[in-house]
Design a protein around this ligand. Sequence first.
Ligand code: EPU
Length: 352
Amino acid sequence: MLLQENIPLAPMTTLGVGGPARYFAEARTPADVREAVREARKRGLPLFVLGGGSNLVVSDAGFAGLVLKIETGGIEERDDDGKLVLDAGAGVEWDALVGHAVARNCAGIECLSGIPGTVGGTPVQNVGAYGQEVSETISNVQALDLESGEIVELCPEACRFAYRTSIFNTAARGRYIILRVSFALRPGAAPTIKYADLRHVFSKQKIEHPTLEQVREAVREIRRTKAMLIVPGDEDCCSAGSFFKNPIVTVSEHQRLLAVAAERGYDLPSFESGEGIKVPAAWLVEHSGFQKGYMRGAVAISRRHALAIVNRGGATAADIVALKDEIQAGVREQWNVELKPEPVFVGFTGQP
Ligand code: EPU
């Protein structure tokens, strides 16, 4: 296995900040993954597993260990009890998998069109958008268990999926390297049109029963307008997507926020979720003195979505963290709410 040294990580991330990897390797097969793990152990190096780099903030110092880029590809199909199961390598580009599912006329992940990153990253934070989450279709996750050294098959219950979380980014963080993910899709089924933005597109177009392909296109278009679709040359998409999670609050906390908002003459938007009441972080940001386009040197809030922090060119990770801190402090002061960052931070001492 080829171990490269001092490889810049910024170009491998959508945000484009941060220093180099002390060591860097690419894994095209599960055997490569095992070898890299052995090598890291032998040299006493910490290991970081890199997928599509779309949800990452790399520190300016870089990562003083081995960064393993997962490139295991391949999409295989099989029938299972009326479902079409797609087994996809962790390194497959996520949107290519969604395109594949839609082309095969299978429902279940069409609303997740246009999300950057790779398949292996999706179970980690239970990727969700426009009314779907991957937890609804994942039937199996194959992973290398670093504790036992065995390749294991995890069922959805074992993954303990919830809003933007799973065991992979909570209780078992760092224990597994995801190798393959299986999605059980519904052949010929209707698309999911739950999300207001999506409903709105089709009611405007007077389309009562959109196809999966039409939903895929509509989602990509909505994402494009919010700069949440990677379009080369579009400054506003040099980001890590949503920078904060939407806070999920209790009924009494929600009442408090509604009252504070009403006092200030605002109508706080909120959404029921299985886990509590979701309050849009983007709204809190905008109502704490941070407008879309707010700039602080080389970093800014996106001009098209208040939840994205954008590298306007030449930004450092420290610049990103400074704006993150400023926004969190503003929201804390105005609303007494703690916004939690959504991306993964690499090479920082402690979670910034
Ligand atoms: N809003 C604002 N200002 C904005 C944008 C939104 O006030 O600039 C308010 C509005 O009230 C709007 C509400 O926030 O109705 C929700 O906005 P949006 O539909 O854009 O979704 P979001 O809650 O900001 C979440 C996900 C996105 C996902 C969209 C669509 C999180 C942290 N983010 O964003 O995921 O694409 O829903 O489902 O849950 C990501 O995680 O990187 C990501 C892009």
